[in-house]
Ligand binder design. Structure first.
Ligand code: FES
Length: 211
């Protein structure tokens, strides 16, 4: 049975068609699967393997290299609290403890309402705005316990907290797995016309041009 729903299966096939070698589409398809389900399930890996002429083991091996892909369920909102040096010096340890206590779960677990999972994170590259946390990879700067509480109240109420101390003040907070708001579209007229490596005869163009 197909893992991808009808719409996403069409998108998946379109993505595969952009590459001369199907396996090059593996990472974009992992993103698509996570966007649909919130995490990468076994049926997702099986269908990605089928679409990219690889095996489920290769899909798993590739995906587990990247921290962003989750191979176990997480809450609808994944909270990551940076505890690296700048944030630590600005109170990240206390913030992390507060997150843990107020959500009432251990790191990596899901709250009873299935809304939240939290993780301690390495530097999220916003050191000048320390301490920071992210929710589904949307940033909250100069974070305080109060800011964290407000964000959680908003999300529980189904409202967007993206105007509160966030670098991203537009739109709605997406569910876990959705990284971008705009899906890439490449019209045929803008395609580079790349060929399968085995179809390329002779030296690359740049060598021909330089001799
Ligand atoms: S140390 Fe936290 S963002 Fe860099």
């Amino acid at each position: 049975m197909s893992f991808f729903n009808e719409e996403n299966e069409a998108i998946a096939r379109d993505i595969v068609g952009r590459y001369p070698v199907a396996r090059s589409a593996l990472i974009p398809l992992l993103h698509l699967a996570q966007e649909q389900e919130g995490w990468i399930t076994k049926p997702a890996m099986e269908q990605i393997a089928e679409l990219t002429n690889t095996t489920s083991v290769e899909v798993l091996g590739t995906g587990t290299f990247y921290e962003m892909f989750k191979f176990h369920p997480v809450g609808r909102y994944l909270i990551k609290v940076c505890t690296n040096i700048s944030c630590q010096l600005s109170g990240a340890d206390e913030l992390l403890e507060h997150v843990k206590t107020s959500l009432g779960v251990e790191e990596g677990s899901i709250t009873e309402d299935e809304l939240f999972t939290f993780e301690e994170a390495e530097c999220v590259a916003a050191c000048t705005e320390a301490p920071c946390f992210t929710v589904n990879y949307r940033y909250f700067h100069r974070a305080t316990k109060e800011l964290f509480d407000e964000v959680v109240v908003d999300l529980r109420a189904g409202e967007s907290p993206l105007s509160k101390g966030s670098a991203d003040d537009q739109g709605v907070m997406p569910e876990h797995g959705t990284l971008s708001r705009v899906r890439q579209q490449i019209p045929k007229s803008r395609c580079a016309g790349i060929k399968h490596p085995e179809e390329i005869k002779g030296p690359p163009n740049w060598i021909e041009e330089s001799v």
